[in-house]
Design a protein around this ligand. Structure first.
Ligand code: ADP
Length: 191
């Protein structure tokens, strides 16, 4: 059983690689962004409370996001999982570690996918053309997400580096090249 955090700025390719890694290692895949978008689409109270944050490119409140993950884990703990877009703050990481510990589990590795900012913006704008995601269509919102990533999220790397669970890969290259780099570091961490 292996729990992997895929980490990196918006647009670094986490979602695409997470889906393929989940298949390759037979793991669950949770994207907190996807869970939030599905709540919004279904018009739930939870969704309504998060709409504003997402459209401005801000983070949703820690307490809400953590409860979403806790809820997911209740029915998805029989095998390991890829966490995509979570944890995004140190507070989320701390609660997450405790949550896993209570379940007799742990994070095995956080892999950071390194992609330069200009490439991120380019990729997100391109994705926005067919994803229909409003937060992908405006360059202002995209820059805001990247700024927030730098201010609040990048620091989460230190949290896992301090536990010797941090690895970094180059996120530039073809889909297959990046996938290969990811499997190399993941295999290294759960031999
Ligand atoms: P991206 O990685 O391109 O930003 P995501 O689908 O991961 O896309 O996230 C979309 C939005 O959902 C984020 O901008 C943020 O508002 C919200 N979100 C997702 N995960 C979290 C989280 N762990 N904590 C707070 N907000 C989150």
């Amino acid at each position: 059983m292996v729990n992997i955090i895929l980490f990196g700025a918006p647009g670094c390719g986490k979602g695409t690689q997470a889906a393929r890694l989940a298949e390759h290692y037979d793991l669950y895949h949770i994207s907190t962004g996807e869970v939030i978008r599905s709540e919004i689409k279904r018009g739930t109270e939870l969704g309504k409370s998060m709409e504003g944050y997402i459209s401005r490119g801000e983070l949703a409140p820690d307490s809400i996001v953590v409860e979403m993950v806790r809820d997911y884990m209740r029915t998805h703990s029989d095998k390991g999982c890829i966490f995509d877009g979570f944890p995004r703050t140190t507070a989320q990481a701390e609660i997450f570690d405790t949550m896993l510990e209570e379940m007799g589990s742990k994070v095995d590795v956080m892999v950071y996918m390194d992609v330069p900012e200009e490439e991120l913006v380019k990729r997100i704008l391109l994705r926005g053309k067919d994803s229909g995601r409003a937060d992908d269509a405006s360059e202002d919102v995209i820059r805001n997400r990247i700024d927030i990533y730098r201010e609040q999220t990048a620091i989460v790397a230190h949290h896992y580096a301090a536990q010797d669970k941090y690895a970094k890969i180059d996120g530039l290259g073809t889909f297959d090249e990046v996938f290969h780099r990811l499997t190399e570091v993941i295999d290294e961490h759960h031999k």
